[in-house]
Design a protein around this ligand. Structure first.
Ligand code: ZN
Length: 346
């Protein structure tokens, strides 16, 4: 089976809703929703980025139909202490998953490859939205010591580091100011530590700021192409060109409103639409710049791809489209390894 390394999932937030670290054994036994260990094995999910995120109440619950144009209000800022408590608790859940043998928390590509060899899931700890971090970034060091190796400065809401993009259609990410001074300091510190800085959820100015500071390949772990689906969460061709110029990677997001040209949260997405999105990303980023960023447990995917055990349908789709085996391997695994090696330095 073709193994997939995945750029984003929100299973730690799902576990947070049912007890956090105490609920971690459920991941091994089987959970409701889109991702757990038994079904990961079934679907060829070899691991990926596991996000820790301070949850805005109610946001991920069914948003309902959004006919035509829409502009969902951005949730309010989450105070630093409240955000820190949530992300620290989710980091503890990740450590518990590692302790239970559900996955291996990985800090290097060698550790990811060793986990794969051992038939274990490889987990990379990712912070989605930095609002829990203090101005001096002492908590960044604390999370780094726990294993954090990837960070998005913002989720889709404002915080002291920058401004996220709203769930708005049609729109691009040109919606306001970029990173704050604190945000620029955070990116510089991540760059020095070798922590991947994720562009997904950042607005256009924020991406420009990251590009100006970062010395590493630019990465959007779970975003799509705006030219195909003009949602504010997707990247314009100009942004994709900048990413390609750094040898960066974009992970294909399965959220149907980021895949569909009409931006609707309708899971009836034909396979051809996913192929069109992949084709555009490949066109703009090249074969070494496209990967997978499912967003499982944080999005509404096409019905034929809406649970981790259905991942082989995506592999078969690429095979039927005539993608050579080497290209499929890069998209499913190799491109993440290349960019992580270049970012982390090992
Ligand atoms: Zn996200």
């Amino acid at each position: 089976m073709t193994l997939i390394f995945d750029g984003h999932n929100d299973v730690l937030t799902k576990l947070a809703r049912s007890g956090g670290a105490a609920a971690a054994p459920g991941f091994i036994e089987g959970l409701e929703g889109q991702l757990d260990l038994p079904r990961a094995k079934e679907g060829g999910f070899g691991g990926g980025f596991f996000a820790i995120w301070a949850e805005s109440p109610g946001v991920l619950d069914a948003p309902g139909p959004r006919p035509g144009q829409y502009d969902l209000p951005m949730p309010p800022e989450i105070p630093e202490t409240a955000a820190w408590e949530m992300i620290r608790a989710e980091a503890r859940t990740m450590l518990e998953l590692d302790r239970l043998g559900a996955l291996r928390l990985c800090r290097t590509v060698a550790e990811i490859e060793a986990a794969r060899e051992a038939g274990m899931l490889a987990g990379v700890l990712h912070l989605e939205g930095a609002e829990g971090l203090d101005a001096e970034l002492a908590r960044l060091e604390e999370l780094y010591a726990l294993g954090l190796r990837s960070l998005g400065p913002v989720w889709s809401r404002p915080n002291p580091f920058g401004h996220g993009v709203p769930f708005r259609y049609p729109s691009d990410g040109d919606i306001g100011p970029g990173l704050t001074e604190r945000g620029r300091a955070l990116v510089a510190r991540c760059d020095a530590l070798g922590v991947l800085v994720d562009l997904s959820h950042l607005n256009m100015e924020g991406m420009r700021d990251v590009a100006a500071i970062s010395t590493r390949p630019l990465v959007a772990t779970h975003s799509n192409a705006h030219a195909v689906a003009p949602h504010a969460r997707n990247l314009t061709d100009a942004q994709l060109a900048v990413i390609a110029g750094t040898g960066g990677v974009v992970g294909l997001n399965f959220e149907c409103s980021f895949l569909r040209p009409d931006g609707q949260p309708d899971a009836d997405v034909p396979e051809a639409a996913v192929l069109a999105m992949l084709g555009h990303l490949l066109d703009r980023l090249g074969e070494e710049g496209v990967a997978i960023g499912s967003d499982y447990d944080g999005c509404d995917p096409p019905y034929w791809l809406d649970r981790v055990e259905k991942l082989p349908a995506l592999v078969r789709l690429m095979e039927r489209a005539g993608y050579p085996a080497a290209r499929i391997e890069r998209i499913c695994w190799g491109n993440w390894m290349r960019v992580l090696r270049e970012t982390w330095g090992h």
